[in-house]
Design a protein. Structure first.
Length: 303
């Protein structure tokens, strides 16, 4: 078993390490030579300083797995690989690409005889030890070609992975997964804020979240991580109130609009992230101005 892995950041580097631990021969390439060198020492990957060098170390038919930022970076890498690959080779996109892009890329590669799979990948930095949940879109033939690597990366050979449908389905399922994730995170944040606001009870949020981990209906891995974070820093004094949003939360909301389907929790969770990113607070300033204008309500002025 051998595979080429392009993109050795937090996710890609850990995946390379897990594959090596599972007995896979991994040839790795990254734009940072230092990252490659570190993984050579720590994980035992074989280094490549170019795409040509990576492919030269793999016997056809070759599997090349990309763990790159979605959009232009992934697009450019696929375009660069096309003239270097042969009929029967396979590209796997394990990043968070838009499923429309995955469908288009499969169509682009098909005339060249190059297979394509989109692998929605969940597990974050914990995937190295716990395994990755993998949602794969591909033809049956392509999936069979990459299945041995999927089984090594997953939590176990017989679980934590699925061939969910044709090309595009993997990233579509991962997109909806992330939309649900937004809603779950938002509900925990709102509920714990409500507890914190009842100051007369002096509630210990670290204690309560730890309590809910045992037998509670809301127990989950997200709750586990929340409890651990609150134990380490109960007041979250070193955490800025800014929440980034990945493309997948936005794409889930757009998909719901396209389907004419009501997804208020997923959509509102995304909107709350937008609100956290508003550095000027202009909308809230407008609201305050309006209340003052029609009702004479006091304005709170900045110093």
């Amino acid at each position: 078993m051998e595979i080429g892995l392009i993109g050795l950041g937090k996710m890609g580097g850990n995946m390379a390490t897990r594959l090596c631990r599972g007995g896979v021969r991994v040839v790795g390439f990254d734009r940072s030579p230092e990252v490659v060198s570190t993984l050579v020492q720590s994980a035992g990957i074989l280094p490549a300083n170019s795409l040509e060098a990576l492919l030269a170390q793999l016997a056809p038919p070759r599997v090349v797995w990309l763990m790159l930022p979605s959009g232009a970076v992934t697009e450019a890498q696929i375009q660069a690989l096309i003239p270097l690959l042969q009929k029967g080779d396979v590209i796997v996109d394990g990043g968070n690409s838009n499923y429309h892009d995955s469908e288009r890329r499969a169509a682009l590669l098909a005339p060249h005889g190059i297979g394509f799979a989109d692998a929605g990948t969940s597990g974050g930095v914990w995937g190295l030890e716990n395994g990755y949940c993998l949602m794969v879109g591909a033809t049956k033939l392509v999936f069979e070609q990459i299945a041995p690597f999927i089984r090594v990366l997953a939590p176990a050979p017989d679980r934590g992975w699925a061939h969910v449908g044709p090309v595009g389905a993997g990233h579509f399922v991962k997109m909806v997964h992330n939309g649900i994730e937004y809603g779950m995170m938002q509900s925990l944040a709102e509920g714990l804020s409500l507890l914190q606001g009842k100051q007369q009870f002096a509630l210990d949020l670290a204690q309560i979240t730890a309590l809910w981990r045992e037998g509670s209906v809301v127990r989950s891995w997200l709750l586990d991580l929340t409890a651990q974070g609150l134990i380490a820093d109960p007041a979250l004094q070193h955490v800025a109130p800014y929440v980034a949003d990945s493309g997948e939360g936005r794409w889930s909301a757009i998909e719901a609009i396209d389907q004419g389907l009501a997804t208020p929790v997923l959509s509102l969770a995304l909107q709350m992230r937008f609100q956290s990113q508003d550095q000027t607070g202009f909308g809230f300033r407008l609201l305050s101005m309006m209340r003052n204008a029609f009702g004479g309500h006091a304005l709170r002025e900045l110093p």
